[in-house]
Design a protein around this ligand. Structure first.
Ligand code: AMP
Length: 214
């Protein structure tokens, strides 16, 4: 299964991807996680990306495209992958298309998780993650267990200000990717309002009709 999760910040892409990759047995490729790792490691790529990320801006296509295309060319992606947070622009979608065509494979599904803007800010500012387990919590909607509380991380770009910038970027840069995949007959729209379990059920139902290629 080669698939993409698209949605605004706080749509639940990371949460759903973590659950879906377990059932499909494919790697979870999150461009945001890869960039955060590069920032933490202080690599050249990370130093280039850090300023854009902090302000809620998109990291330039030429930085992100190479990073992700290289990642999905690795052996563990030979039988599929779940892309989360990539592509986020039309040039990224085009580059992915070219790379997959070149490798003689195709995408099986693109899931768009839809959440109204009004809900996003509350979801994003209350989000915390556990660096030990990778689990994503929300202080109100999905509270962490007491033993994890002391080590939870609040992402630097999960502030109200950076969130507004990210949402604006989403509408301007990422929504044009939607008709691109709709035109290819790959798009599955899923309502992202509800508990993670409810949304997972909707995604699983949407994917039931998908025939995987190779
Ligand atoms: P995410 O974890 O997907 O919310 O990504 C966090 C931040 O990383 C974004 O706000 C961007 O600054 C950057 N980023 C992640 N993926 C991409 C991408 N595909 N293109 C450009 N910037 C990205």
């Amino acid at each position: 299964m080669r698939m993409i999760l698209i949605g605004p910040p706080g749509a639940g892409k990371g949460t759903q991807a973590q659950r879906l990759v377990q059932s499909f047995g494919i790697p979870h490729i999150s461009s945001g996680d890869m960039l955060r790792e590069a920032v933490a490691a202080g690599t050249l790529l990370g130093r280039t990306a850090a300023g854009f990320m902090k302000d809620g801006l998109l990291v330039p296509d030429e930085v992100v495209i190479g990073m992700v295309i290289e990642r999905i060319a690795r052996e563990d992606c030979a039988r599929g992958f779940m892309l989360d947070g990539f592509p986020r622009t039309r040039p990224q979608a085009d580059a992915l298309d070219v790379a997959l065509t070149h490798s003689g494979v195709g995408l099986d599904a693109v899931v768009l998780i839809e959440v109204p803007d009004a809900l996003i800010l509350e979801r994003v500012t209350g989000r915390r993650s556990d660096p030990q387990t990778g689990t994503i919590y929300h202080l109100r909607f999905n509270p962490p267990p007491p033993e994890a509380e002391g080590r939870l991380v609040h992402r630097a770009d999960d502030t109200a200000e950076a969130c507004s910038a990210r949402l604006e970027k989403y509408h301007r840069e990422t929504t044009p990717v939607v008709p691109f995949y709709e035109g290819k007959g790959l798009l599955k729209r899923v309502d992202g309002v509800g508990s993670p379990d409810e949304v997972l059920l909707r995604i699983s139902a949407a994917l039931q009709t998908v025939q995987t290629t190779n």
